[in-house]
Design a protein around this ligand. Structure first.
Ligand code: SF4
Length: 354
């Protein structure tokens, strides 16, 4: 018998309402025998971690135009990949992306493993991503639980335990629902339902294929779930960033150490980021404190970077970093926080020049 809130009801809905996504093979094509390219599924899943579909689309299209196969990406220059990744955040992921592509080529002949365990053995692929790729690319009946799925399950089963403590209960509910037939479509269907119908603030229960069996809707608490434990306030860290422009227009930049936050990315030289940072100009110059602060929030802290600028002579010899000519410097290669610094610095140079 068909359950009111079972997988088949959702798959029927998905057949008509699936989102068209650049990395996706839609239900009609899939039924016709078309299979997704595991490389594109993997790339999209890595990009989508902690980021929205809208933000990822452009990056995904650029990456797949530059590197259409995993072998192309494996052969890419690190700096170019890091530059193209800039703005997506979580830069350790870009480094792991390259490591993973190279491992797939070196150890698996350019083909992604087709099981969850095989995928999890690759760099940068955790349990969620492995399950998602195994389900979507290889139609394995894996349980895929992302933020959207958590929300849908918590509502469907009226799970009121706050997150994260509710995770095991939610996972159990998701496991019971995951079907053996069309698991790849099913995984994407739950994600789509969460993204388009069972949305965080105002779930559109009236058009939901699971309306008839949804416990939270019946109890009138859908919009309040999932419950969340109160968040701890993030600490504030401070720092100084130094933007030097040479008289020929070159900018003083520094590639950050591979390990640590924004590892391997280009940035402006500066101080450590602490509660009481010491000034740390990278060269002797008539530094002007602009008074402006670039504000940015990382996963574990808020950051305010005080922006200092200086015009320097052609023979300036920095203790750190190197000058990049205007032709070699693309502001879009900078991670977001460094781009904010640049925007503020540029404003200060413009004002000074008036
Ligand atoms: S009925 Fe409403 S709350 Fe329940 S799953 Fe559907 S959209 Fe979400």
């Amino acid at each position: 018998m068909r359950e009111v809130a079972g997988p088949q009801a959702l798959l029927d809905w998905y057949d008509n309402h699936a989102r068209a996504l650049p990395w996706r093979v839609g239900p009609r094509d899939r039924a016709a025998g078309l299979r997704p390219d595991p490389y594109r599924v993997w790339l999209s899943e890595v990009m989508l971690q902690q980021t929205t579909v809208a933000a990822v689309r452009g990056y995904f299209e650029r990456f797949t135009a530059l590197w259409p196969t995993v072998a192309d990406l494996a052969a890419a220059e690190d700096a170019q990949v890091m530059g193209e990744w800039a703005g997506l955040g979580y830069y350790a992921r870009a480094r792991n992306l390259l490591k993973c592509a190279r491992a797939v080529v070196a150890d698996h002949g350019g083909c992604f493993p087709d099981t969850r365990d095989g995928l999890m053995a690759l760099p940068g692929i955790g349990p969620y991503t492995a399950a998602a790729i195994a389900a979507i690319a290889f139609d394995r009946a894996e349980v895929v639980v992302d933020g959207n799925v958590e929300r849908v399950m918590a509502r469907l089963r009226d799970i009121r335990t706050p997150l994260p403590a509710a995770k095991p209960e939610i996972r159990e509910a998701a496991t019971r629902l995951t079907p053996d037939a069309r698991p790849g479509d099913y995984a994407q269907a739950v994600m789509d339902l969460g993204a388009t119908v069972c949305t965080p603030r105002s779930p559109a229960c009236g058009i939901c294929p699971w309306m008839g069996g949804c416990a939270a809707r019946k109890a009138g608490v859908a919009a309040d779930l999932p419950a969340k434990a109160p968040r701890k306030a993030k600490p504030l860290r401070l720092g100084h960033a130094y933007v030097a422009r040479r008289s020929d227009g070159a900018w003083l930049l520094e590639r950050r150490a591979e390990s640590g936050l924004l590892g391997g990315m280009l940035g402006w030289p500066g101080s450590d980021w602490t509660e009481t940072p010491e000034p740390a100009p990278p060269l002797d110059a008539a530094w002007h404190d602009t008074g402006a602060e670039a504000r940015h929030t990382f996963t574990h802290f808020h950051l305010r970077l005080r922006v200092h600028v200086a015009e320097v002579a052609p023979d300036a010899a920095p203790a750190r970093g190197q000058f990049l000519s205007p032709a070699a410097f693309r502001p879009s290669d900078l991670p977001t926080v460094m781009r904010k610094v640049f925007d503020l610095a540029r404003g200060a140079f413009d004002t000074e020049g008036q």
